[in-house]
Design a protein around this ligand. Structure first.
Ligand SMILES: [Cu+2]
Length: 145
């Protein structure tokens, strides 16, 4: 019928929607991402990331304003973290499985973090995130100040 021919002539609305959504996500990224050397993580680092004993000097200042989220036992810990605006958050994969830090609204994606790897980013806005490999792993970064 002529009905089918008409549909063909029109651009597919689904693709238009996909393009609009992708462009929107790209523009709306709430967080500036800084990939510190992803390579420097493996077992060698004697970090004081437990929070109780911050390291000295600049590292201590960064730890005070920012924070560390550990991945262990298929969970982010702490699941919710508040940091100062502009602070650095380190995501540390302490697990035996690879994980990602992927913002629900786009703008942040660590890519696959193998066990022992870290991902750092400077947070300018809060966001909810999950692991794209294990979607039941969820977390939240809130920004104060
Ligand atoms: Cu995971």
């Amino acid at each position: 019928m002529s009905h089918a021919a008409e549909d063909r002539a029109r651009p597919n609305p689904v693709w238009l929607l996909v393009v609009v959504v992708m462009v929107g996500l790209a523009l709306a990224g709430p967080v500036i991402m800084v990939r510190d050397q992803l390579a420097d993580a493996p077992a060698a680092a004697p970090t004081a990331a437990e929070g109780a004993q911050p390291a000295e000097g600049a590292a201590a200042e960064a730890a005070a304003a920012g924070g560390t989220v550990k991945m262990a036992g298929l969970a982010f810990a702490p699941e919710a973290l508040s940091v100062a605006r502009g602070a650095t958050v380190v995501f540390d994969n302490d697990d035996t499985a690879p994980h990602t830090v992927t913002a629900r609204s786009g703008g942040v994606d660590s890519g696959v973090l193998d066990p022992g790897r870290q991902f750092s980013l400077v947070v300018s806005d809060g966001f909810d995130y999950f692991c794209s490999i294990h979607p039941s792993m969820t977390g939240k970064i809130a920004v104060t100040g």
